[in-house]
Design a binder for this molecule. Sequence first.
Ligand code: AMP
Ligand code: FE
Ligand code: FE
Ligand code: ZN
Length: 279
Amino acid sequence: MIDLHIHTTASDGTDTPEEVIRKAKKAGLSAISITDHDTAAGAAEAMRLSIKYAIEVVPGIEISSEFEGEEVHILGYFIDPDSPKLQPVLDWVIKDRNTRNERIIRKLADDGYDISLEELKESYPGAVIGRPHIAGKLLEKGYVNSIQQAFDEFLTDGKPYFLPRTYLPVEEAVKVIRSAGGAAVVAHPLQYNFTQEKLYRFLKETKGMGVVGMETVYSKYSEEETKYLENIADEMMLIRTGGSDYHGTRKPDIEIGKGEGTMRVPDSYLADLKTVKKR
Ligand code: AMP
Ligand code: FE
Ligand code: FE
Ligand code: ZN
């Protein structure tokens, strides 16, 4: 079994790449992909460790982007983490994130919630910082009792301290993954609450941009939902991929390789990914 969707401390996961690899070995997985939000640093680190631990590590990324005004996530597999094509785009994303983080923190400070960007950077060195880290600080300082409360009452869209990001158009996300040598895959297709019609349009259009697969197996998806997605994948001639979306203690119900318990991703999904990548 494998797990092709994992976050580390390079983004908003709470385990380092090495801790992730140890857990993957313990779970008996033969391969994993590190797919941090908007950074390939975690993937690069995991690749360096893959020989020591004798586990296959697929370098990956998960890029937040926008389709018809809504946030969608595109996974990139087999990207070159050092690709000169990738870094300028990610730098742009991180600059936008930093501007947004500063504005959120200022808004919080105005209302007496004392968090600074410096302490965030200190607590999460090298990480792509986002709302989960701000939520972590709100919790640490006792302003909320849980990460969930921080989102529900402060940071979620519609709440006082939510600010939007500027997302890459989905075609830009697909393009940069491909130009960094990667295979682009639609992440968790049922998380966007699209109507069936919009989901088909999204998949058709992104396939036209070069997307080769879609995530059919995911921690949150029931057998029926996976079956539903498999049928769509077959119809659209997209390959199936799968992963847990492990975030460590930030999503405590999710385990590497097992999701909420019953998730299993077969090795053949990785073989298929390698085949389409060659095309
Ligand atoms: P950002 O990219 O900074 O907008 O943060 C998005 C991340 O926050 C997602 O990848 C999730 O890991 C996390 N997140 C978003 N909404 C929630 C929520 N309601 N509860 C917990 N975590 C959330
Ligand atoms: Fe996340
Ligand atoms: Fe995602
Ligand atoms: Zn993810």
